[in-house]
Design a binder for this molecule. Structure first.
Ligand SMILES: [Zn+2]
Ligand SMILES: [Zn+2]
Length: 288
């Protein structure tokens, strides 16, 4: 399938500038909970958003498309299904890309909660005390790379239609913002998709929801592996890590400091495995 250059340009504009400001309007029109528009850490998150525009959205869309084209031109088909998606119908390519994205995100996200070293980088994303679409982009760049790396490898290996890869990145960008938005939608949607209510439980500090709801878009892996938590008639209201800095510069060096503290306290193995009894470890207490 060929996407016209005009549609591609519109999708790029929406990814770069559109959703960032359209979704906050939806948040005002259909709020899940009463929340202030201006809140603590908002400037920091806007810096993350636009730093993300440069370092992530553009790079991601461009890199994935380029990788897919490069792989098709230079790698071609080979043993072990290499290039298996070359020439596939666009719908097959799109479903495969969705699956690649979903499985790699779920796996990377699960590990980033379970491996102490990875959690130090991922907890930047969990540090916001308020959940709204602006908080979507609050990510450490190493954390973001961990989420993207396996997906890029699969795209390069199987070489699906580059235009479908581009469409997926645009959809991913929209849904990421929507899923973090303070938006009320149909409860049933959360049984299929990581909608705002579903993802809010992932960010909440409620003990029953810790390490639940890892999905990004479709959430069937959470339901299959028993990590879904989606009660009817309840909305979480306790998010974030109050003691964490709201300064993007601190947020980028703090994980290294925290890793050093863990290594000093529990040894290098402590970076890869949680100690059996670590109730006193303040860096990990919220996840245990
Ligand atoms: Zn998480
Ligand atoms: Zn999130």
């Amino acid at each position: 399938m060929t996407i016209s250059p005009t549609i591609q340009q519109w999708l790029q504009i929406l990814s770069l500038w559109g959703w960032i400001w359209i979704i906050p309007i939806l948040e005002r029109l259909f709020p899940l909970k009463g929340q202030k528009f201006v809140r603590k850490g908002m400037i920091n998150d806007l810096i993350h958003t636009y730093h993300r525009v440069h370092l992530w959205t553009m790079l991601n869309a461009a890199l994935i498309t380029w990788l897919a084209i490069y792989a098709q031109e230079n790698l071609g088909q080979g043993p072990f299904l290499r290039g298996g998606l070359i020439g596939a119908h666009w719908a097959i390519s799109f479903i495969a890309i969705l699956l690649f994205g979903h499985v790699t995100f779920y796996g990377a996200h699960y590990l980033s909660h379970k491996v102490p070293m990875l959690w130090q980088f991922h907890r930047v994303h969990h540090s916001s005390l308020t959940l709204d679409s602006f908080s979507t982009s609050r990510f450490h760049i190493i954390d973001k790379t961990l989420f993207a790396g396996p997906f890029l490898l699969l795209i390069t290996y199987f070489q699906p239609d580059p235009e479908m890869a581009f469409l997926f990145v645009c959809f991913n960008d929209f849904w990421g913002r929507y899923g973090h938005g303070n938006i009320k939608d149909a409860h049933w949607l959360g049984y299929f998709m990581s909608n705002p209510k579903f993802h809010r439980w992932h960010h909440s500090n409620h003990p029953e929801a810790i390490d639940k709801n890892f999905s990004a878009e479709f959430n069937f892996l959470d339901w299959i592996f028993g990590t879904a938590y989606y009660p009817k008639g309840k909305v979480p209201d306790n998010f974030g890590i109050p003691e964490y800095s709201n300064n993007i510069i601190v947020q980028h060096y703090q994980p290294f400091v925290d890793c050093y503290k863990i290594a000093k306290k529990d040894g290098w193995i402590g970076l890869f495995r949680k100690p059996k009894n670590n109730n006193t470890n303040s860096l990990e207490a919220k996840r245990d």
